[in-house]
Design a protein around this ligand. Structure first.
Ligand code: NAP
Length: 199
């Protein structure tokens, strides 16, 4: 398969690439690094990316920024960070990407455990991750040509604990290897409209 990974240079993305490259041709996309660059906040940038790489068999989105901070200080502008970046950015990758997906191809987006298990300072993250899962459910019944769409919903990743650990007291972290296998299941397996929880 020809697989495009957006967020390929990140903590989870690098392991997805390592796993997928054993069996598939992988196009690695980052914001500043990678074979190609994209800004998922820009429709123009996404369209240019797909025009450049052409048709693919799988699209993996493993990127997206959020706002973390106390609710009593949060503004609409703060909240909009996650809406424009992780939510609309990933949704737009799917909206544009469906037209560049071969028959039987798949789209895999990324949510996260806070979609259903909130953390302090994470109202934006909970909303955005839940919305991604909602989009996957809704889109899964409408894709054409046997295309599929799923999301991977990881707990905090062990390799990211130095950054995110304090936000997740008492949460079991998961290895990046386990998380990457959920993306593999989404791409190489048959499921559609599935939220692969890894925790
Ligand atoms: N790490 C965790 O513990 C964890 C847990 C649950 C869910 N998640 C979710 O999993 C996804 C990946 O997390 P991660 O920790 O692997 O991220 P990460 O290490 O911060 O890597 C982010 C990746 O996204 C790319 N990127 C950044 N801004 C972008 C933009 N505007 N447009 C396109 N690409 C952009 C980066 O490219 P450059 O390297 O070129 O800048 C990099 O490849 C995120 O959606 C995150 O919310 C992570």
């Amino acid at each position: 398969m020809k697989i495009i990974v957006i967020g390929a240079t990140g903590t989870i993305g690098k392991e997805i690439v390592r796993n997928m490259e054993e069996r598939h041709a992988v196009i690695k996309v980052g914001n500043k690094q990678g074979d190609f660059q994209v800004d998922i906040k820009s429709s123009q940038s996404i369209a240019k990316l797909f025009d450049t790489v052409g048709k693919v068999d799988a699209i993996i989105s493993v990127c997206g920024n959020l706002h973390f901070g106390p609710l009593h200080e949060m503004t609409a502008d703060d909240f909009n960070i996650g809406l424009q970046d992780k939510l609309l950015g990933q949704v737009n990758l799917a909206l544009v990407g469906q037209h560049y997906l071969n028959n039987g191809g798949s789209i895999t987006l990324s949510s996260g455990i806070v979609s259903t298990q909130p953390i302090v300072g994470g109202a934006n993250a909970t909303c955005v991750n839940a919305a991604i899962e909602g989009f996957v459910l809704g889109a899964s019944i409408e894709l054409k040509n046997n295309q599929r769409i799923n999301a991977v919903c990881p707990s905090v990743v062990t390799e990211s604990l130095s950054t995110y650990g304090p936000f997740f007291p008492g949460y079991e972290s998961v290895s990046v290897t386990r998380v990457a296998k959920a993306y593999q299941r989404s791409i190489e397996g048959p499921l559609n409209g599935e939220i692969f929880k890894v925790w």
